[in-house]
Design a protein around this ligand. Sequence first.
Ligand code: HEC
Ligand code: HEC
Length: 217
Amino acid sequence: MRYRTAAWGFIAMAVAATAACGGQRRGVDAASEVLAAEGPKEVNGLETASAFVALTDDIARAKALFAEAGKVIQHPRCTNCHPSGESPTQGDEMRAHEPPVVRGDDGHGVVGMRCQTCHMVANVDLVDRTVPGSPTWHLAPASMGWVGRSLGEICEQLKDPARNGGMDLAAIAAHARADPLVGWAWAPGAGRSAPPGDQATFGGLIEAWVAAGAHCP
Ligand code: HEC
Ligand code: HEC
């Protein structure tokens, strides 16, 4: 909080300084440069939205932002739950889910083999493994399947309300930033790798992609 306030003070100073030596336009540029310089360019192996500010062409910037976000989207912590078939997969090698389960009508499996039989509201540590958990643990609908699709194809379907659950771009960005199943990927329990970055950095990339016109790579 204190940091933010300081940064805004800084921007005010930069704007005032550049306005003094002639012109609104330069003031705005200086302000966005200071803004861009505010945060880190990279968090835990994932570039932040700030790292792309120098790309002034909206189309090029949007494509580059989505390509960076793809390092998360195409990580097994996400794709295991976004299969193109009927069943989730497990582990970094995306092996078949053991025991075999299927999506069912509501994504929560079928009678007798419901996700919530084994997946609790939080991760459960067993002796040899962690059973993943989250309050709404279930499989993404088939229309949101990502496995076997290129990042460009995933990008197009993500924008398509007919396939993304009727979400507009603002809702997609909010989902990226705050959805608990997305967030689980960065706290997946012992023995599982996490995608690069963190949820806030990922959310920031998707927000910046939307702001740049949501062009696909
Ligand atoms: C436990 C399963 C699960 C995991 C893990 C998971 N998702 Fe999802 N995802 C879903 C479900 C289910 C939906 C459908 C919306 C809903 O019901 O919440 C969804 C929807 C989405 C959507 C909405 C639009 C669309 O077309 O896909 C995005 C974006 C998304 N997930 C991103 C991710 C990312 C990124 C990760 C990994 C960091 C991830 N998800 C991990 C289950 C999962
Ligand atoms: C009979 C118990 C059981 C049922 C039912 C079950 N699972 Fe699982 N699931 C597990 C266990 C145990 C693991 C952990 C396996 C491991 O990592 O060795 C797991 C792992 C997973 C993973 C892998 C996470 C990762 O990235 O490695 C996903 C995704 C998953 N389950 C989704 C589902 C979905 C969706 C359903 C319902 C349609 C479901 N599971 C039903 C027991 C179950």
